[in-house]
Write a protein that binds this ligand. Structure first.
Ligand SMILES: CC(C)(COP(=O)(O)OP(=O)(O)OC[C@H]1O[C@@H](n2cnc3c(N)ncnc32)[C@H](O)[C@@H]1OP(=O)(O)O)[C@@H](O)C(=O)NCCC(=O)NCCS
Length: 236
C-alpha cells in the first residue's frame, strides 16, 4: 500500500519535472524564433543560442525570478549579477517580464525591481526602466505589449507605457504614454498618435512671416503714437 502511494508521488513529481522541462524548451524555441524574426543579422540557431546576450539575460532572469518568488532573494540577486557580468544587462529578479522580450545588443540595460513588461517588447542597448530616486514601493514603469524602446532611452518612475508605443532613442520619459503613440525628446513628449503627427499643423498656404509680423507691429505702435495713445520720447 505504502509503495503504491510512494510510486504515485514519484510519478506526479516526474510528470511535473517533465512538464517544466518542456516549458523551458518551448520558451527557448520561441525566443530563438523571435531573434530570427527581429534581427536580420541572425544566421543559425547555434549562433543565436550562444551569442545573443539579450536572450541569455532573459533566461537567467527566468531562474532568478523563480527564486525571488520563493523568497530566495540572495541567490536570486547572485544569478542576476552573474548574468550582468556576462551580458552587461541588469534585470532585477523581482521584475516581471512577458514573452518574447528582445533585448538587442543589451549592454547597459537596467530593468528595475517593480517593473512589469508585457509581451513582444524590444529594448535596445543603454535603456533604463528605473525609478526617479524619490519613491519607495512600486517605483518603476509598466510596459505594455508591442512596445519598442530605442537605444539609450530612460523610462522613469511608476508610469504606464501602454501597448504599441515607440520610444525614441535617448528620450527621457517621465509621464504615462497612451497606446499607439511615439514619444521622443527630453522630457519625452508625444510626437505621433494613432499614426498622425502631433503638434505640427502647418498650413502651407499661410506660413508665418516674421519680418511682416514685425512691420505690422511697428505700424501699430506708430498709429498709437500719432493718436496720442503712447507718449514716448524715443519713438520717432
Ligand atoms: C522613435 C522611433 C522608434 C521611430 O518611431 P516612429 O513612430 O516610426 O516615428 P517617426 O520615425 O515617424 O518619427 C516621428 C518624429 O519624431 C522624430 N524622432 C524620431 N526619433 C527621434 C529621437 N530619438 N529623438 C528626437 N526626435 C526623434 C522624427 O524626426 C519625427 O519628427 P518629424 O515629425 O519632425 O519628422 C525611431 O526614430 C528610433 O528612435 N529608432 C531608434 C532605434 C534604435 O534604437 N536603433 C538602434 C539599433 S542599434
Amino acid at each position: 500500500m505504502q509503495s503504491t502511494s510512494n510510486k504515485s508521488v514519484r510519478g506526479a513529481f516526474f510528470n511535473k519535472e517533465v512538464a517544466t522541462l518542456f516549458k523551458i524548451l518551448k520558451r527557448i524555441k520561441d525566443d530563438v524564433n523571435m531573434v530570427f524574426e527581429q534581427d536580420p543579422a541572425a544566421r543559425t540557431t547555434l549562433e543565436v543560442v550562444t551569442s545573443y546576450a539579450g536572450i541569455h539575460a532573459v533566461w537567467s532572469h527566468l531562474i532568478a525570478h523563480e527564486l525571488y518568488k520563493k523568497k530566495k532573494y540572495i541567490l536570486a540577486r547572485l544569478i542576476s549579477q552573474v548574468a550582468r557580468f556576462f551580458t552587461g544587462i541588469e534585470i532585477h529578479p523581482g521584475a516581471k517580464i512577458g514573452k518574447r522580450l528582445f533585448i538587442d545588443h543589451g549592454m547597459g540595460v537596467v530593468i528595475g525591481e517593480t517593473c512589469n513588461i508585457g509581451n513582444n517588447v524590444t529594448i535596445y542597448q543603454g535603456v533604463t526602466l528605473g525609478g526617479t530616486g524619490k519613491e519607495r514601493g512600486k517605483r518603476h514603469p509598466d510596459i505594455g505589449d508591442n512596445v519598442l524602446i530605442a537605444a539609450g532611452a530612460k523610462v522613469l518612475g511608476d508610469i504606464k507605457i501602454d501597448s504599441n508605443v515607440n520610444i525614441g532613442a535617448n528620450s527621457v520619459v517621465l509621464n504615462s504614454v497612451p497606446s499607439y503613440s511615439t514619444v521622443v525628446g527630453i522630457p519625452g513628449h508625444i510626437v505621433k498618435q494613432d499614426g498622425r503627427r502631433i503638434g505640427k499643423t502647418f498650413d502651407h498656404r499661410n506660413l508665418p512671416d516674421p519680418v511682416y509680423e514685425q512691420l505690422k507691429e511697428l505700424e501699430k505702435q506708430l498709429e498709437k503714437t500719432r493718436n496720442g495713445e503712447i507718449q514716448d520720447d524715443y519713438i520717432i
